[in-house]
Design a protein around this ligand. Structure first.
Ligand code: ZN
Ligand code: ZN
Length: 380
């Protein structure tokens, strides 16, 4: 179990930091670790979440006071519940403006601001061939997405005049009351039960969407897969997720997680390709060039120099996969030489091998041979 870091330390602040200091520190750290800037980096992802959590607490006066007093072990347990902090969705653009304020202020139900409504994010897995991962491709998928209902144009009502402002909350969707906990007064805000937090009451719900204003609809999504992509990479399509509940909100994002199919013989190490090549004893001793069909449509020539040993590697630069994210050039192909043993020997081959046996002997005693081998091995 790792020790949870101090929130001030996470943001690089001291305990006297002002609200603007906290905001400034958060902006800069969140930009540094944002997943868009660090794709495929679980460490950065963890840091991003950590920074978010620290900001969520320190930017909320009530939560900050509790944290200053009790640290992480506050009475009543974690403010996040047993699941811990789940992270919030902030786009990198929001970090330049102030778009993240309302997201954080809604976390504890504080403040009187309307909760920002954003549609849910979606995650789709998509399999592509190894060859497509090499060349990159433009692809298209069809998915069912919760979208604005066409029948009621998102209002949720069968008729335009069938919508009333909720009398319980005056259309705010939330109710606020003051609660006393020991010496503290706390403002508690909850969704209005009468309207379910919508602020409106629909008297005659749309039949197509049951008054939700959203309905599942098939949608075609086009996207580009960059050359050199690795399995597990998530492509982000902003605004292609679910529509928001509230008509003024923003749609969520669609993430497409790419899975690259296995190649018949290559293993991947980033942009490098690894393979094993079975070669005969004769080819190792005499050396040869072996041609193999390759993913870039021109043959790969593996040059085995005379006197090569099994287990040695031949590296062919610039014939692996393209470096992703606009890097120049390609990785290498690394070919591991494996000694291939003949399955069956004809009588005449056996005879020829026996004749060779004497030629190939070193002439030294067996212990000298062993000592020489040990010396070479220990030197390398
Ligand atoms: Zn209401
Ligand atoms: Zn509808």
């Amino acid at each position: 179990m790792s020790q949870k870091r101090d929130y001030y330390e996470v943001l690089g602040l001291d305990r006297k930091a002002s609200d603007p200091d906290i905001k400034k520190a958060f902006r800069s750290k969140a930009r540094e670790f944002h997943p868009d800037k660090n794709p495929d980096d679980p460490e950065a992802e963890a840091r991003f979440k950590e920074v978010q959590e620290a900001y969520a607490i320190l930017s909320n006066p009530d939560e900050r006071r509790k944290y200053d007093m009790f640290g992480h072990d506050r009475p009543g347990g974690s403010p996040w519940g047993s699941g811990g902090f789940q992270g919030v969705n902030i786009s990198i653009d929001d970090l330049f403006g102030g778009g993240f304020d309302s997201i954080f202020s809604s976390l504890f139900g504080g403040g009187s601001r309307q909760r920002p409504s954003r549609g849910a994010d979606l995650l789709i897995r998509h399999v592509i061939s190894f060859q497509d991962a090499f060349t990159g491709l433009d692809d298209e998928i069809e998915i069912d997405v919760l979208n604005r209902c066409d029948s009621c144009e998102g209002s949720g009502s069968q008729t335009p005049d069938g919508i009333r402002v909720c009398p319980t909350c005056d259309g705010r969707g939330r109710l606020t009351r003051i609660e006393r906990i020991g010496p503290f007064q706390q403002q508690v805000t909850q969704d209005c039960r009468a309207c379910g937090g919508d602020g409106r009451i629909i008297q005659n719900p749309c039949k197509n969407c049951n008054g939700e204003g959203r309905a599942e609809q098939p949608k075609k999504v086009k996207f580009s897969v960059p050359a050199g992509i690795e399995s597990g990479t998530r492509l982000r399509l902003s605004g292609h997720g679910e529509s928001p509940r509230d008509q003024n909100g923003k749609p969520g994002n669609l993430y497409i997680e790419i899975e690259v199919e296995e190649h018949d013989w290559f293993e991947r190490d980033g942009s490098d390709l690894l393979m094993a090549l079975p070669v005969s004893y004769v080819d190792l001793v005499l050396g040869t060039n072996i041609e193999i069909p390759h993913i870039d449509d021109s043959n790969l020539t593996v040059s085995i120099s005379p006197g090569s040993k099994p287990g040695e590697t031949v590296t062919i630069p610039n014939r692996g996969l393209p470096y992703p994210r606009g890097g120049r050039g390609r990785g290498a192909v690394m070919v591991l030489l494996k000694l291939s043993m003949p399955n069956k020997l004809s009588r005449s081959t056996k005879k020829q091998l026996n004749e060779l046996k004497e030629d190939l002997a070193s002439g030294a005693s067996i212990t000298d041979d062993i000592i020489n081998e040990a010396r070479d091995r220990r030197r390398s």
